[in-house]
Design a protein. Sequence first.
Lengths: 509, 282
Amino acid sequence: MTTATRGEPPPIPPPLPTPAPQGVLTPINTGSEALWAYDAAPERIRPEISPEYGLFIGGEFVPSASGALMPTINPATDETICQIARAEQADVDRAVQAARDALPAWSALPGKERGKYLYRIARRIQERARELAVLETIDGGKPIRESRDIDIPLAAAHFFYHAGWCDKLRYAFAGREPAPVGVCGQIIPWNFPLLMAAWKLAPALACGNTAVLKPAETTPLTALRLGEICREIGLPAGVVNIVTGAGETGAAIVDHPGVDKIAFTGSTEVGKRIAKSVAGTNKKLTLELGGKSPNIIFEDASIDQAIEGIIQGIYFNQGHVCCAGSRLFVQESVLDDVIARLERRLGSLRVGDPLDKNTDVGAINSKAQLETIERYLQAGKDEGAKLHEVNNSALPEAGSWCRPCFFTGVQPSQTVAREEIFGPVLAVMSFRTPDEAITRANNSPYGLAAGVWTDKGSKIFEIARRLQAGVVWLNTYNKFDPASPFGGFKQSGFGREGGMHGLRAYVRL
Amino acid sequence: MGERLSVTKTYKLLIGGTFPRSESGRVTPVGDGDAPEAYVCHASRKDLRDAVEAARKAQPAWAGSTAYLRGQILYRLGEMMEGKRAELAAALTGTDADAEVARSIDRVVHYAGWCDKYPQVLGCANPVSGPYHNFTVPEAVGVVGVICPDEPSLLGLVSLVAPVIAGGSSCVVLASESSPIAPCVLAEALATSDLPGGVVNILTGFRDELAPHFSSHSELDAIHAGGLSDDQARILREGSATNLKRVTLREGIDWTDDNACEDPWWIEPFLEMKTIWHPSAT
């Protein structure tokens, strides 16, 4: 397999010149280019974007059968970035067929060889990291600091981690010989577009499966670049197929008889619908769904550290995080102190241009999501909670924005304490005893993540044991690593992603 | 002097460590239609709800007891079954009743030994890139609904229940519909073993009637079932979507195959993996 065999299908631009990753990066301010003796900072890079993108099927970029397109929009400016193909049934049929055709050869490939393809993908993500970071920020609205330091490096790390598993799978399943599941249909959300694509594709490919991936409607650009990378590194055609579209594209994948496994990350409501629609089939299913994760601060915590943890926990990525620490439980004796410090810290967060590396909170991913968040803010006020809006950042005129804020005086029965808001909104509540904190933290249909802050070692591990959550962060929050399994208890879904445990979803034992 | 008239027994349900009749008052004859050898209770939806409540109540203490103790108690169950070998065999209909009883006992002993080992085999420390202590530990999923195949009525039940309770969950069992006597005898062994009341609850009744209620019950966290028809499997999975139960269906299993039925991957579906991070610093 060499890169020389690639086709040249319009409307996709010819493959990027390789290697020379810098070749695709154009400094925005070309006038001062000569002054730069070192690499430009990523926020000053403008990646090439075609006016139109097709679907990545069978190793080639192709237009959708119907020619239907949809725009992808920069939520920080409301400008249309470009047009994306909207895949329909016929396109999904083609993608699934391509994945089926590629399956026998790919799954029969020695693990060591499979691994080398994954290593190549990881390398190319690293080498094109700046371009990917800027695209991620333009397409989704997240601060460049986060896409540069977290999303893209972690996506590369995920492929590196799984590359090494390819020829070691039998050591992951004591006493069993793992076999691939087959064709995986993978549907991912808009909050960490490339990272979620990596979370899905890396373990699927490592275990010898082929995939049809559907990126989210509002954030398809980095996944399409990943398609380019797959082609560039010579990944056999059809092993990875990427179909862009909205809900009906996802439904066509879920209902497709040629798909052996569904992996979905998104809302609990859609997750349940998927679980129901695969009920009569033999499809394997893993779901990574919503959350309303508790973050518990005890009076014996290091309060300053805890404040940073709370801020990271809820305002990271505008709160568009399934494991966001959106319910804060503060021990009564330190409640006033915590609220005062939280207000002070919140006031210093910078909201605005996601491409500015000093920005802490970027744009809300879409108009629709902004409306959802505003509905919740109204519900919180209507139900009697007190809204603290202490952040005064000047907001750009265009785009979707929500300043970080929090509610106090929240009752457990209120909407903002129960439902996932998926925005920079925190609900603060108090408790007296550890037992009360645990009971209230567990009183939720969700069970994705939890945080605990105390300097008392024996207490922190006992509370970690009693919290019903798949990930428990002790004296820290929102840490991710390819070697660390992620996933929820209860209605936050089933199955794990990452680590040795994440492989389980992609093998038959 | 005529022959002695035997006393026909009505086997009752096992709920929360006690033996109630079905709240519905229904009983079903077992065996020859004209001269039933015994009767079993015909459990209702309400009995299922009561059993789930008992299982929920018993579960945290069972999961919270030491792995060593759980292993001891499962082994004790094996001992109690050994003492009832003849009675269990007599309750089975097949020709290889003795072999089925022996294998069932051995399977319980196998899973007894897993209690303090599966966390080591299935859990791990994770080498994350940063100054963090990070590890993944298995925890019990909670309350599991177990729906048993008709045959083998004893070995099927034991194979489905043992991994669930070894993993620290409690369960509500719907026993074989066609051969419920051996499960009822087992219930008597369970009640006199050291297993806390409510960890295993056994219902007898009709699968078509009760399986939909298992699937829709919001307090069941998982399902472990064998011997279902395609329709029953679909109904079970559809209903389970309402609260995202973890559903494991055993299809085409040779229950007598130790290699197929005895390993930690039978416990794993009834575990939740919890990953814990803590900074490591001075």
